[in-house]
Design a binder for this molecule. Structure first.
Ligand SMILES: Cc1cc2nc3c(=O)[nH]c(=O)nc-3n(C[C@H](O)[C@H](O)[C@H](O)COP(=O)(O)OP(=O)(O)OC[C@H]3O[C@@H](n4cnc5c(N)ncnc54)[C@H](O)[C@@H]3O)c2cc1C
Length: 450
């Protein structure tokens, strides 16, 4: 069988590029063992976890603002999550149907060389390939690690995880660990987070990370420098031994979740064809081209920015570069990709912020606005947090921002537009921000400079 483009993986790094190429008249063969579009984001990541988040927040606001005493039915939350996932599977099936140039096969691709792969026992010859095989939860190494749940167990479509644990322990200090901790805390579980080192959210500006941690519900028990020694079963519960200030300590809980990072999934045979980093990511240029120029790698598998919207942007860039042949017509600047940690409350950032600007010796000025003064934050009585903007000192060109607090994931989109388009403080101030929305905080902050 021959095809113009083989797309391996039908998640955010796969299907947007496949659709674009088919619109341009190319023949595309897309392969994924799930037999559905959406990848892990839809199956066990963004969509299910954020459905649980929104419902957990609703429950928590109901209790806090309206004094609701309703008992929570966690099974209903998981049912709702499944329903949202199903809605989106169906929507994707319709989108696939509308793109006649894309043939979709349920199965795994194995590479033979840089122009041939095996798909369902058949040899496929391709001119170009886009590899978007994503990542999978890493398993930690300590006795009893196999007893730990992962995000897949919590959030997968039709998971058997239907009972709310009274007490749970989460291992890890990344965004999945913190998000999950705040969701289950809002739902009413007692949550412990055990972090191996002395800080969480590595890779995030330390000042932003510290601000977020100060705003998390103090009922969440976060313990630093606490590596896990062993997990074992104790009747229906779990006994977790860990090290704490050089001593052994233990907790007994109803569920243990390992959120200890993700490992890239490189399709069989591809290691012989393209360069792979020591950590297992497929090496790519900013045009998403691998060391084999007709093969592109997008999304989590290249390790550049492990987020769905980043995967989509990379997928479209790869498609554009397939269309331009040997010329790179589209390059991705990952600094322009916003990131939101969807904790309750959330934190978002884009571009260059304080610690990076200092490290780069850039002269910059800051403008901020505290959300305690924002009307929407007051309505929810979630008044912690801030909008903080960073500008080049000489030109007042916008360089980056963070937002911590209510609706940060919405605000950051507007700030991304400003960062990607290199707007100045003056240009950003020429906008009447809709009232009453948290976006007004951006205007208040900018007007402190112009
Ligand atoms: C709990 C959790 C919450 C998250 N929340 C967010 C969020 O709120 N916002 C956000 O932006 N990101 C979030 N993410 C990250 C997001 O899910 C990923 O960045 C995104 O799914 C990456 O897309 P991808 O296409 O690279 O890979 P994936 O979505 O992982 O898709 C890869 C696909 O490749 C397929 N595949 C693997 N091997 C083969 C093979 N050999 N042949 C064919 N197909 C293959 C797999 O079946 C899979 O469907 C979250 C992740 C987790 C775990």
């Amino acid at each position: 069988m021959k095809t113009d483009v083989l797309v391996v993986g039908a998640g955010g790094g796969g299907y947007p590029g496949a659709f674009r190429l088919s619109q341009a008249g190319m023949e595309v063969l897309m392969v994924d063992p799930k037999g559905e579009l959406g990848g892990n984001c839809l199956y066990s990541g963004c969509i299910p976890s954020k459905t649980v988040r929104e419902l957990a927040q609703l429950h928590w606001r109901n209790k806090r603002l309206l004094g609701s005493q309703d008992n929570l039915d966690f099974g209903k939350i998981q049912e709702r999550k499944d329903a949202v996932q199903l809605t989106r599977f169906v929507q994707h099936r319709e989108e696939l149907e509308a793109h006649k140039g894309v043939s979709f096969v349920k199965g795994e691709a194995k590479f033979l060389d840089n122009h041939r792969a095996m798909v369902q026992g058949q040899e496929v010859e391709f001119r170009y390939a886009i590899v978007a095989t994503g990542s999978t939860p890493s398993r930690p190494h300590f006795p009893g690690a196999e007893l730990c749940l992962t995000s897949d167990d919590l959030y997968s479509y039709r998971t058997t995880f239907r009972n709310l644990p009274q007490e749970m322990l989460i291992i890890g200090g990344g965004y999945v660990a913190l998000e999950t901790a705040t969701f289950f805390n809002a739902l009413g579980s007692k949550v412990h987070v055990l972090v191996r080192s002395d800080r969480v959210l590595r890779g995030v500006d330390p000042d932003l990370g510290a601000l977020l941690i100060r705003l998390l519900d103090s009922n969440i028990d976060i313990r630093y420098n606490s590596p896990i020694l062993e997990v074992s079963k104790l009747g229906e519960r779990y006994e977790v031994w860990f090290s704490s200030s050089g001593k052994k300590d233990r907790l007994v809980v109803d569920a243990v979740v390992a959120a200890t990072g993700r490992t890239p999934v490189v399709p069989e045979g591809l290691q012989k064809v393209v360069e792979v980093s020591p950590k297992g990511y497929i090496e790519v240029s900013d045009s998403m081209r691998t060391s084999s120029p007709n093969i592109f790698a997008t999304g989590d598998v290249n390790g550049l920015a492990p987020y769905f919207h980043a995967a989509v942007r990379m997928s479209v860039a790869a498609a554009n570069n397939v269309m331009s042949g040997n010329i790179d017509s589209d390059r991705v600047d990952v600094r322009g990709i916003p990131v939101t940690v969807f904790t309750i409350p959330p934190a978002s950032y884009v571009g260059l912020t304080r610690s990076q600007l200092r490290a780069m010796n850039v002269s910059f000025v800051e403008a901020s606005y505290q959300l305690g003064d924002d009307s929407m934050a007051q309505m929810y009585d979630e008044r912690g947090g801030e909008v903080r903007l960073f500008f080049e000192k000489s030109s007042l060109r916008f360089l980056g921002a963070w937002v911590v607090g209510v609706h940060s994931g919405f605000l950051i989109n507007e700030l991304t537009q400003a960062a990607v388009n290199g707007l100045t403080a003056r240009q950003m101030s020429n906008v009447a921000e809709q009232h009453p929305t948290t976006n007004e905080a951006i205007a208040y902050a900018v007007r402190k400079l112009v």
